[in-house]
Design a protein around this ligand. Structure first.
Ligand code: ZN
Length: 349
């Protein structure tokens, strides 16, 4: 018999059988979910219907820099799979049968679409989650599910092709680095899992929740961050307009950089600049907000040149931070505690 807490539905069939049955009926490739912290608009087309964001990888990423961990350093995946709960946290464990979203649906996390999205946000930097998932890959997440909000991931792991010669393990551990304003996610070796724009518009933010290529109707990047976070001009330039299409964009600023690219900053709380104002790189142009058509506090950052939308990750380039050596003992302790919950499936608590 399975422990009750590891079954789904409660008292019903073990998850795995149930999941396989569900997956055989559905081949849902959309990793779609609406979550807080994103806007759902095409800013220049106010008539356009809202569309759910699709969490997708950056197609041009070619470097796999979240290092693969030897299999013998990772605890074996226990049976049965499913959801285990304790003291406000839950552990989801699943095996990919078709798509990531089907994997989460099949195992019935309380909010599978949202859990799919927050999980995909972490590993989309390293893995093309539409093309490069394999049947038999495993997904594991330790998370909290606050009422009315998206799941908060504490730890996550993706094992690609486990048990084969080409197994790769990607891990993400939530940890607030010394001096950082927000926790982020770090690999086993202390490398930051989500990439950052080089000289982007926000020196501090919580998380990138939407990349340009996530969905065709969304023309920018979204940075989840509390209202009032300072926004800076990434390049020198001139303010070309403010607060156009206010119903959709909220308070907003457009800046033409001196290299000819145009940047739009939407859903701001306050604008700190005026039309025609000349800016040097790093000038604060306002604070982030949740104005206009926005589902949660965030900045929408959009780049164009000659009428064509640019991918901010290509325009700026990206980097990954590494925890400094003196932060590693603290990180290692935090990682160990999270790993005990993830690998022990909360059984020890
Ligand atoms: Zn956006």
């Amino acid at each position: 018999m399975l422990p009750e807490s590891l079954r789904f539905p409660p008292g019903g069939k073990p998850w795995l059988l149930y999941g396989l049955f569900g997956a055989s009926l559905v081949l849902n490739l959309a990793l779609a979910v609406k979550y807080s912290g994103g806007d759902e608009i095409a800013p220049e087309e106010p008539g356009q219907a809202e569309s759910a964001p699709i969490v997708a990888p950056i197609g041009d990423e070619t470097t796999i820099s979240n290092p693969s961990v030897p299999a013998n350093l990772v605890a074996p995946l226990p049976e049965p799979l499913g959801v285990a709960r304790a003291a406000g946290t839950e552990v989801f464990t699943g095996v990919v049968t078709s798509s990531l979203s089907v994997t989460f649906q099949a195992a019935t996390a309380a909010n599978p679409a949202a859990l799919t999205a927050v999980y995909a946000r972490l590993f989309a930097w390293d893995v093309d989650l539409r093309r490069d998932l394999h049947k038999g890959d495993t997904v594991e997440v330790l998370y909290e599910q606050p009422d009315g909000a998206e799941p908060l991931v504490l730890a996550a792991r993706l094992r690609s092709q486990p048990g084969t010669g080409t197994e790769k393990v990607f891990s993400a551990w939530r940890y607030q680095a010394p001096g950082d304003r927000f926790p982020s996610y770090w690999s086993d070796t202390g490398e930051e899992v989500p990439r950052r724009l080089i000289d982007g518009p926000l020196p501090d933010y919580e998380q990138i929740t939407s990349l340009l290529k996530d969905r065709p109707t969304h023309e920018g990047m979204d940075f989840k961050t509390p209202i009032g976070t300072p926004i800076v001009a990434p390049r020198a330039g001139r303010v070309t307009r403010t607060n156009w299409n206010h119903a959709a964009n909220g308070n907003c600023v457009e800046v033409q950089f001196s290299d000819g690219a145009t940047a739009k900053f939407l859903h701001m709380n306050e604008n700190g600049v005026k039309d025609g104002q000349t800016l040097s790189a790093g000038t604060e142009i306002g604070k982030t907000g949740n104005t206009g058509r926005s589902t949660g506090p965030h900045l929408h950052y959009q780049l164009e040149r000659g009428g064509r939308v640019l991918d901010p990750t290509e325009y700026h380039g990206t980097l990954r931070r590494q925890l400094p050596p003196d932060a590693m003992p603290g990180f290692e302790q935090a990682r160990k505690e999270l790993a005990e919950q993830l690998d022990g499936r909360l059984a020890s608590r």
